[in-house]
Ligand binder design. Structure first.
Ligand code: ATP
Ligand code: MG
Length: 268
């Protein structure tokens, strides 16, 4: 089986960025105050990803999970090529499509219609290809008359709809998706999951970030859990969910969410 993605000992370092308040800048005893400040020095760095390695075979469907800030989106950006690793290497085979962040690459002053053209062109579609798929894309997004309104006025769900609609209509070998379902309403979530299932069944490699145990269970054959920038777990989805304590036996409130998740996932 062909290898689709290789992530080899990858690290990504970021700088802590914060600004001093004007008062802190102006105070004569600034140095002393800085020493007492428990924030890191302005030039301090941290590793958002630290020695991450794994391989994905063509056609595999991977759920990327982990707590907030564990490095999932950063890893997806490295896989999609919008960001480069500081150490290690990332290799991918074929064309990549997907949605890294809702609204990424959209221009607020342009209409939904124009943004579909822009976004699809950025993802490698030709003008003819977009023309022929336009109605399907607009139909999938289903934002009604807002399609001819500047996207700067869109709701976050409408933004996500437009981005996802374009992404799923690009012919690709690797489909990546970061939290696509987070802001969509239930009918849209159901539509996305259905479409992702088709993508998966057509043999496209899928790399899917989600906090939802239900949809990862339904959608993925393997899960990678990031833990503070390192691979904490890589393997069976149920075990990954247990590793994360997302199996609902810790907090009562989560049971409800999990039940809704399961229901949604079993709808498709
Ligand atoms: N461009 C950047 N500059 C500085 N720090 C960054 C940058 N991008 C991400 N980070 C930091 O890197 C860490 C990992 O962020 P990342 O967005 O990858 O997390 P995540 O796992 O996707 O979290 P979430 O579940 O909240 O989406 C976080 O601490 C974040 O603040
Ligand atoms: Mg993220």
């Amino acid at each position: 089986m062909t290898t689709s993605i290789v992530v080899d000992n990858v690290s990504k370092t970021f700088r802590y960025q914060y600004n001093r308040t004007l008062k802190q800048v102006l105070r004569p005893d600034r140095r002393k105050r800085d020493a007492a400040d428990d924030r890191p020095a302005p030039d301090a760095t941290f590793k958002a990803l630290d020695g991450v390695s794994f391989e994905v075979k063509q056609g595999e469907s991977i759920g990327l999970m982990g707590l907030n800030g564990s490095g999932k989106s950063t890893l997806l950006k490295l896989v999609s090529g919008v960001m480069l690793p500081d150490e290690g290497k990332v290799l991918t085979r074929g064309r990549i499509s997907g949605l890294i962040a809702t609204g990424a690459g959209f221009h607020n002053e342009l209409t939904g219609r124009d943004n579909i053209y822009m976004n699809a062109a950025m993802l490698g579609m030709t003008k003819d290809e977009i023309d022929s798929k336009f109605d399907d894309i607009a139909g999938f997004a289903d934002v009604g008359r807002q399609l001819d309104m500047p996207v700067g006025n869109y709701s976050s769900g409408q933004f996500a709809r437009l981005g996802f609609a374009v992404a799923v209509h690009v012919d690709c070998d690797i489909f990546i998706a970061d939290e696509v379902l987070a802001v969509g309403d239930r009918p849209f979530k159901r539509k996305c999951l259905k479409r992702m299932k088709q993508i998966r069944e057509s043999g496209i490699t899928m790399f899917y970030v989600s906090h939802s145990a239900g949809s990862v269970k339904k959608m993925c054959d393997r899960a990678i859990v990031l833990d503070k920038g390192r691979v904490g777990f890589d393997g069976d989805v149920d075990e990954a969910i247990r590793f994360l304590h997302y199996d609902g036996d810790e907090e009562g409130d989560d049971d409800d969410v999990d039940a809704r998740d399961e229901a949604l996932a079993s709808d498709i």
